[in-house]
Ligand binder design. Sequence first.
Ligand code: ADP
Length: 186
Amino acid sequence: MSSKRLIFLGPPGAGKGTQAKFLSEEANIPHISTGDILRTAIDTGTPLGQKAQSYVDAGELVPNDLILDLISERLQKPDAQLGWILDGFPRNLKQAQFLDEILKDLNQHSVCILNLEVPEEELVSRLLKRHRQDDNEVTIRHRLEVYHEETEPLIDFYSDRTVHSVNGNRPLQEVTAALKEIVEAS
Ligand code: ADP
């Protein structure tokens, strides 16, 4: 893969985590999932986890001040200097602007923006099968609303760059192949 800094947009349940994991193993670059970081913090009861838990359980975004420093520190670590895959960040306008600032400071200019598209009812059905603690129907519907309000507008925010939209409503390997093709060409 030639492009080594990837941002995954797309709604909950679109397969961002699964695809990000494949691509990160393939390219040997870290998969940075804010959802995974938060769940680990909650499970181990760290101060971050204690502050984040009620938001995650309710399907709300956790406040930006809990996320921004964390991402900034993570992207400055040695293993992130040759590339990374961001999954679940940025999720609102403020986070996207902050990421641009960090990347400017780190002199990392090119990023490949991927957007996984899956119809809403397929998302709900996938999430209901997942049995994660925050995957009950009420929370799922709320996370989708939050996605439409806060995260989907990032497609416009990035309209001065290329957003590569990929149909995520097909077998996993086909999605992976389509993503690899884009990443290799970008
Ligand atoms: P999903 O994409 O299925 O919603 P994630 O693992 O990406 O799952 O996120 C789970 C939860 O973690 C979100 O509902 C939200 O509460 C929190 N979260 C994850 N990333 C962020 C972020 N960048 N900003 C704010 N909250 C976040």
